[in-house]
Design a protein around this ligand. Structure first.
Ligand code: CTP
Length: 393
């Protein structure tokens, strides 16, 4: 599987109050474009109805080991088609059965027969979680390569407070996106520009733009998650450097150009997210410009186009451009992609995207245009990386 935006996920639900949160998890996945097959244990059906999961996933929920398809091989079929199995909530009993390699219901059998990664989101009373038997099973499962997310500490359905609450659906969703993208860019070197540039007019004034840098930083994080070695060349932002990413700070378009050209050798991918100033003041004085009654004319010179320069290098890396447009998005963005000669360009409407936390994107490549429906920037960044990995590989 190379496209994280279309994964096939088995959502296992075991008996526990947190089972209601599995519905929200299914909803998030379906919204993100994943195919979800819900599989419930008998105990789970006492906490949440199969009709809810069936409606959210658009598929009948599997519950029975016996009486499914004519061949009686539901467990093998379902697990072979899956990219990932996630059990949320995973009860203490289910963890115990899994640790022993039992196959006494459909979900346990699926987990045993799987050929894909397995992620558990445990949920139980805090004493059950702390019990040496559960901790022993947990250690065994981790040793067997099973991934675990949570549990969180907090108020529990039983009225007690402590560790054992199932992680929030959004946390599980993020953990899954990371698991799906692992290795997509393994061994690749990726250079990313991000943020605005700032072109000084005098020591206290300058020309800049509304770019926050969030998209570039999210892409750096997503590329890193996907296994790439990531270097970020960043204009002025207030953002923290994503873990494992090397960052070089620059101020002006000229500095950004130099920093990129210095580092471009040996890169596999160049992602140009920065909102680079197209013009800079012809000269910037060492002293403040004093106010007068006369009109003031600023003489502006064009800056160098970093993306086009990189794309024109002999043996250029795979280049991804961004385009912020205020109108006729597809037309302008495709013209920009051709003019800058880049294989992939991500376009958005500037008035919706600049500084915002969520945005709809359009990805353009030689095959046409692909819509990435509105989502937060990290989710969008992961989709862009998945798309890029597909073209690259
Ligand atoms: N870009 C660049 N260097 C510049 C200007 C833009 O590398 N001096 C890159 C941006 O990082 C982005 C792409 O080019 O990936 C498109 O940027 P955008 O500002 O949308 O386009 P421009 O080429 O500046 O065209 P216009 O402002 O006329 O829309």
């Amino acid at each position: 599987m190379t496209d994280t935006s279309r994964a096939s996920i088995i959502l296992g639900i075991t008996g526990g109050v947190a089972a209601y949160k599995a519905a929200e998890l299914a909803r998030l996945w379906v919204k993100a474009g994943h195919a979800v097959q819900a599989v419930m244990t008998e105990a789970a059906t006492h906490f949440i109805g199969t009709a809810t999961l069936q409606a959210l996933t658009g598929r009948p929920v599997l519950t029975e080991l016996w009486g499914g398809t004519a061949s009686g091989m539901d467990h093998i079929h379902a697990s072979r088609q899956a990219d990932l199995i996630v059990v949320a909530p995973a009860s203490a009993d289910f963890m115990a059965r899994l640790a022993q390699g039992r196959a006494d219901d459909l979900l346990a059998t699926l987990c045993l027969a799987r050929a894909c990664p397995l992620l558990l989101a445990p949920a139980m009373n805090r004493e059950m979680w702390a019990n040496p038997a559960t901790q022993r099973n947990l250690a065994q499962l981790i040793e067997d390569g099973v991934r675990i997310v949570g549990p969180d500490a907090g108020e529990q359905a039983c009225g007690e407070t402590g560790p054992g609450r199932m992680s929030e659906p959004r946390t599980i969703f993020d953990a899954v996106e990371v698991m799906l993208s692992v290795g997509l860019l393994a061994g690749r070197k990726v250079l990313i520009t991000a943020g605005p540039t700032y072109e000084p007019i005098d020591p206290v004034r300058g020309i800049t733009n509304l770019s926050s840098g969030k998209m570039g930083y999210a892409l750096a994080a997503a590329a890193r998650e996907a296994g790439a070695e990531v270097a970020l060349v960043s204009g002025p932002t207030a953002l923290a450097t994503p873990a494992g990413v090397t960052r070089t700070n620059v101020t002006t378009a000229d500095e950004m150009y130099e920093a990129v050209m210095e580092r471009i050798g040996g890169q596999d991918v160049f992602i140009s997210v920065a909102a680079v100033a197209d013009y800079r003041p012809a000269e910037s004085g060492a002293q403040k410009i004093k106010k007068s009654e006369q009109p003031l004319t600023l003489n502006l010179l064009p800056t160098r186009d970093i993306l086009a320069s990189v794309a024109a290098l002999p043996g250029a890396p795979f280049c991804v451009g961004f385009a912020a447009e205020t109108e006729r998005l597809l037309e302008h963005a495709e013209a920009k992609r051709r003019k800058k000669r880049v294989p992939m360009l991500v376009a958005n409407l500037a008035q919706h995207a600049l500084g915002a936390d969520a945005a709809e994107l359009l990805v353009l490549d030689d095959r046409g245009s692909h819509r990435l429906p509105g989502a937060d920037k990290l989710t969008q960044a992961r989709r862009v990386i998945a798309h890029l990995a597909q073209l690259l590989n």
